[in-house]
Design a protein around this ligand. Structure first.
Ligand SMILES: [Zn+2]
Length: 688
């Protein structure tokens, strides 16, 4: 066993992290593994060509949706409110732009308004978080738990719909209170809900779900649908070569034409940028046009591009990362800054509207974004399920307008679920019973006599969309699932499983994570089990259940088998998790468990060199020297230029009593990496 002890010390040296460091990194990385489907966000602003267009819209005949008298009687005058949701906005980036003069309007709002941070929820997925912001309750209550659902009639997957939501959102509460409200672009708002005002759902245009044309029912009232479709056509026509060239000055017309011709818009940064600009522009222009003409009490605008611009272009932002070529860096380094300059121009137009109408402005994001350390390294890294790790925990919020006192820096702090209560307070709506509060710091105090009201009692969930033809359904479905997979929202193996009612396996997996966070471990285990029965290859659910069982110290055999299945099904960084557990068992004196785990892993996925390396290591520890030599040979076959593999093989051969073969292996190792004093010392000791 002496050689075994030497080997262990040696290998630990050569393989970098000590077991405890490895375990620590496992703990650190657990957060993202729980958030396997990131949300890309893409929206559109642009107005690159800043000329405003007069809409030829017919006067909207907004079908009157009646208020609930018991709630309407408790509203106060309030201020008009313009809320702009900026997906993924993060002060670490915005403050830089403010100080460098890139965002002068935001600078004014920050210096005159009250701002702070809002803590997000996990998993940080857009449909879940924005629905939490707009309802004030956990996804466990509002029940928007995934990007997709399964249509109960057609059995096809589709972007998650408004009729899945079980509780009222701010637009329903405003309607109940008799206020006029417009909401544009929010997740899970199709079919458009009956509100007192306007709703343009996310299915009008979104980066993720490119449809040949928006489905019927994207707008409420229906009489406004052609107005919205015309707006989309205008935005698509406007964002052409010149608009994209304004952000990418080096772009030739031929390069532009080539880039936009690709079908997957994420495949090329230029086509991705164009879609971001269209999405930003269409909701901005429709929202502003409607606000100017209708003067509503509350406008809720959602901009996804502030997040998606990061997913696509943060890899290229300064300082240059070694993974980014000089050429790509020079092409794309200024894209984010130029896009946020456009966002600032967008804000300026709403500030002008707000000043004209005495409105309050509120901004908020659903989470932050890692623009510096930890940011994406390449565009293609958007296409894996680890992308949520780019999202940072703290989003932003800001309130500005009459009666709002400036804060010292971003002093306020709260949670994303307080956004709904804040909007109610700003708009003069009575507070809601059973939602998160209080309003975020900086919100002017409301009369303390106002009792919370029960908006749920007067809420009728949205009706499902009228069935459309089967052929158009299946086209959406195929496109949607392929795109979600390409963008990393769902893993490569996902989207093939059955459904659980209208729910996807991903939805169940997300619910399991939320239940676990709420301390409901038994329910979480059941829910992960259901997710796996719906989709047996769902790597994230396999891992989540494995990890939870392991943390509880129960069903370790089942836990290990689940981990191996997750590893074999492409769990991001699955090797690290697997090896981490093997190391944990070994350190705990359970080397047999380590080997059993690695045996299963080697059988399930034989092309992972680390599995052979570590099994060889533990077999030496058990004195199975010949078997260990075989393992290191397998590893060498898979990574022929890895000096550590040959050094290990040399040690195993020594252990097996074959000093000549050991010498050859050590020499090979030294050729690959001359800087190995222990190996050199050994050979010198043998007179080499
Ligand atoms: Zn987001």
């Amino acid at each position: 066993m002496r050689i075994g002890a030497f080997l262990i010390a040696f290998l630990t040296l050569r393989w970098g992290p000590t077991p405890s460091a490895n375990q620590r990194s496992l703990l650190r990385s657990r957060r993202w593994i729980e958030t396997p489907f990131y949300l890309v966000c893409i929206a559109a602003i642009a107005t690159i060509s800043c000329r405003s267009r007069e809409s030829q819209t017919p006067a909207p005949t907004s079908s009157p949706v009646s208020a609930a008298p018991q709630i309407a009687s408790k509203t106060t005058a309030g201020k008009r409110v313009i809320f702009i949701g900026l997906d993924g906005a993060d002060w670490s980036l915005l403050d830089q732009y403010v100080s460098r003069g890139v965002m002068p309007t935001l600078a004014k709002l920050v210096s005159e308004g009250s701002s702070g941070t809002v803590k997000t929820i996990s998993p940080p997925l857009s449909p879940l978080i924005w629905t939490t912001m707009m309802t004030g309750v956990s996804p466990l209550e509002h029940r928007i738990l995934d990007f997709l659902r399964v249509n109960p009639t057609s059995q096809q997957r589709e972007p998650i719909t408004s009729d899945e939501r079980k509780v009222p959102a701010v637009w329903n509460m405003a309607t109940a209170g008799g206020k006029k409200v417009g909401a544009l672009g929010y997740w899970a708002t199709y079919p458009a809900e009956s509100v007192n005002g306007l709703m343009v759902s996310d299915r009008l245009f979104t980066f993720l779900f490119s449809e040949t044309s928006p489905p019927p029912g994207v707008v409420h009232p229906a009489s406004m649908e052609s107005w919205a479709r015309d707006g989309l056509k205008r935005a698509q026509d406007d964002v052409g070569y010149e608009a994209v060239k304004a952000i990418l000055p080096w772009l030739t017309e031929a390069e532009y034409a080539q880039a936009v011709a690709v079908t997957d818009p994420y495949a090329h940064p230029v086509s991705a940028l164009r879609r971001i600009l269209i999405e930003t522009k269409v909701y901005d222009e429709l929202g502003r046009d409607w606000y100017s003409r209708e003067n509503p009490d509350l406008l809720l605008l959602y901009i996804q591009g502030t997040d998606s611009i990061g997913h696509v272009f943060a890899p290229y932002a300064p300082p240059r990362q070694s993974s980014v070529s000089e050429a790509d860096y020079n092409h794309y380094k200024d894209v984010a800054e130029r896009y946020f300059a456009l966002i600032d121009q967008l804000l300026a137009r709403y500030v002008a509207l707000a000043q004209k109408t005495g409105s309050t402005i509120m901004l908020a994001s659903d989470h932050g974004f890692l623009w510096g350390e930890g940011r994406p390294t390449t565009l293609s890294s958007a296409a894996n399920t680890t992308a949520a790790k780019w999202h940072a925990e703290n989003g932003v919020y800001l309130v500005w307008g009459p009666g709002i006192q400036p804060s010292a820096g971003h002093a306020g702090s709260g949670k994303v679920d307080q956004v709904a209560a804040t909007l109610l307070a700003l708009a003069g709506l009575p507070p809601a019973r059973d939602i998160a509060g209080p309003p975020l710091p900086g919100t002017p105090a409301t009369p303390s006599s106002t009792e919370p009201v029960d908006y749920r009692a007067v809420y009728t969930p949205a009706k499902p969309a009228a069935a459309t033809s089967a052929s158009s359904d299946s086209r959406v479905d195929e496109d949607t699932v392929a795109k979600l997979r390409a963008l990393g929202y769902i893993g490569a193996s996902e989207g093939k499983g059955r459904a659980f009612g209208s729910r996807t396996a991903g939805s169940l997996n997300n619910e399991g994570l939320l239940l676990k966070q709420h301390g409901k471990q038994k329910e979480a285990i059941d829910t992960f089990d259901t997710a796996i029965s719906v989709d047996p290859n769902l790597a994230s659910a396999l891992w989540n259940l494995s990890d939870l069982l392991w943390a509880r110290g129960e069903s370790l055999d089942k836990s290990d088998a689940l981990l191996v299945r997750a590893f074999a099904n492409g769990l991001p960084e699955g090797t690290k998790y697997l090896i981490g557990r093997a190391i944990g068992y070994q350190r705990n004196g359970q080397v047999d468990r380590s080997i059993s785990l690695l045996n299963q892993a080697a059988a399930a996925k034989p092309n992972e060199p680390d599995v052979w390396l570590f099994r060889g290591r533990y077999r030496v520890e058990r004195g199975e020297c010949a078997g260990a030599v075989d393992d290191f040979r397998q590893a060498a076959r898979l990574t022929p230029n890895n000096a550590a593999v040959y050094a290990s093989q040399g040690l195993a051969e020594l252990c097996a009593g074959n000093s000549a073969a050991a010498r050859t292996s050590f020499q090979k190792s030294l050729q690959l990496d001359p800087n190995q004093p222990k190996v050199r010392e050994y050979l010198r000791g043998r007179g080499q």
